[in-house]
Ligand binder design. Structure first.
Ligand SMILES: Nc1ncnc2c1ncn2[C@@H]1O[C@H](COP(=O)(O)OP(=O)(O)OP(=O)(O)O)[C@@H](O)[C@H]1O
Ligand SMILES: [Mg+2]
Length: 411
């Protein structure tokens, strides 16, 4: 431990030096204030013993200077003085001294005070260091936390953005899918209307031809004209009813309602009947018992139409002899199962798992979009809480539509 003694009286100085050196302290000395301040530029004592009464610069002034320098301000200072006045002590403490030692110097008192203050000083230094270290650590940790928080916020932001982008993309794709499948359905509808119109159109053609012939033969009379007129009216009436039927069929149901499964199936068969008959496809209706379902009727009819049309496509493409489609139902406690099967040879096992994927088709782009079964699955499984599946049977494929029968139709 280093101690600087500032004392102008040589006797005192020697005494002090001896006491302290004997106790194991390293001692620096200065014989006046000026020298003391100079020395402090080179040495770094742990404690200063400072005489108050000195020529030129007195102890108080030296103390002030030491306390005003950043390098020395923390070194504890003990004044040594014969002065016992209260004012002087107060002044010394105000200037930053830590203690007083009375003169003449008592060895025990000196050593005791020096020891105590050095101890306090060391503790304080240690404490300050500790606080500094801890503060630095804390600042570092804080900084890390801030960086971490920023990282997290960044991740969150980009995630949010990504999710938003994905959702809009998905919505757009879904809309596109719906539009495309509507277009495909419209194409289907026009071809079915064409089939339904074939017979009345050719009948109308015959009427005009016959009327023309009669006129050229001079055999056209009022009675004949009236009869042909009635016939034409009936035919055009039938044609416009066909359009109404299809329009109703394709009009989306706005609200859920209770409807008969039997009726929904029969209506679908009725619409396709003409076009199937003209291709000699037999539609076998084996529905045993009726069940009332609560939901969107036209959606279910669309699914039936998709499945039946697929069978028709397969039957015609493969030119199957005696083409036929069978529809039956099986009623369970909670579910009704509608089974639609054909004799078109089935679906290859390696693609049967893919037929419900959007855009999966084995047909050329003119004949198929690959959306029919995808939309059907969405309707049955997402809108109706049911299940749509397909598996091969003996001569073809069988589709199964499972729909829950709701007890509570107000649900
Ligand atoms: N009854 C069936 N027999 C044989 N293959 C079938 C049958 N039903 C479906 N498929 C196969 O499943 C594929 C997908 O059918 P999906 O109805 O989804 O599309 P698509 O009929 O090709 O086109 P579209 O969108 O016009 O319906 C068909 O291309 C066909 O290969
Ligand atoms: Mg299809």
């Amino acid at each position: 431990m280093n101690i600087l003694i500032v004392e102008d009286n040589p006797n005192n100085l020697e005494l002090l030096e001896n006491y302290l050196s004997d106790s194991g302290y390293e001692v620096f000395i200065a014989t006046n204030g000026k020298i003391a301040l100079q020395r402090l530029n080179y040495v770094n004592p742990d404690l200063i013993l400072l005489d108050v009464l000195m020529p030129e610069i007195n102890g108080f002034e030296v103390c002030e200077k030491i306390k005003s320098s950043k390098k020395t301000k923390d070194i504890p200072i003990i004044f040594m003085t014969a002065l016992t006045s209260k004012e002087d002590k107060v002044k010394g403490f105000k200037l930053g001294a830590v203690d007083y030692i009375g003169k003449p110097i008592q060895k025990e008192e000196l050593l005791a005070r020096v020891k105590t203050h050095l101890k306090i000083y060391k503790y304080q230094e240690h404490l300050e260091k500790e606080v500094k270290n801890r503060t630095e650590e804390l600042t570092k940790k804080n900084l890390e936390l801030i960086l971490l928080k920023e990282d997290l916020e960044n991740i969150n932001n980009t995630l949010d953005l990504k999710i938003k982008k994905e959702t809009t993309l998905r919505k757009k794709q879904e809309q596109l899918l719906i539009q495309q499948s509507r277009l495909a359905e419209m194409g289907e509808m026009i071809s079915m209307i064409a089939h339904q119109w074939r017979q009345p159109l050719s009948a109308l053609g015959t009427i005009t031809q016959n009327t023309h012939l009669r006129f050229s033969l001079g055999e056209l009379n009022q009675e004949y004209l009236d009869k042909q007129m009635l016939l034409s009216d009936a035919l055009t009436g039938k044609m416009s009813k066909t359009i109404d039927d299809f329009r109703n069929f394709f009009k989306p149901n706005k609200e859920k309602h209770a409807f008969s499964i039997q009726a929904a199936i029969q209506q679908t068969i009725f619409l396709i009947d003409d076009s199937f008959k003209s291709n000699s496809i037999e539609v076998v209706n084996q529905i045993s018992e009726d069940v009332t379902i609560y939901g969107f009727e036209s959606e279910l009819s669309h699914v039936l139409l998709n499945i039946i049309t697929n069978s028709k496509d397969a039957l015609l493409e493969l030119k199957i002899g005696n083409p036929s489609i069978t529809i039956k139902t099986e009623i369970g406690d909670k579910y009704i199962e509608i089974l639609i099967s054909d004799n078109a040879g089935g679906i290859e096992e390696k693609i049967i798992n893919r037929i419900f994927e959007p855009y999966f088709t084995t047909k050329d782009s003119y004949n198929g979009t690959g959306l029919g079964l995808y939309m059907s699955k969405m309707i049955i499984e997402q809108n109706m809480g049911g299940k749509l599946s397909a598996h091969n049977v003996e001569h073809g494929v069988e589709f199964s539509i499972c729909i829950p029968i709701s007890e509570n139709t107000n649900e």
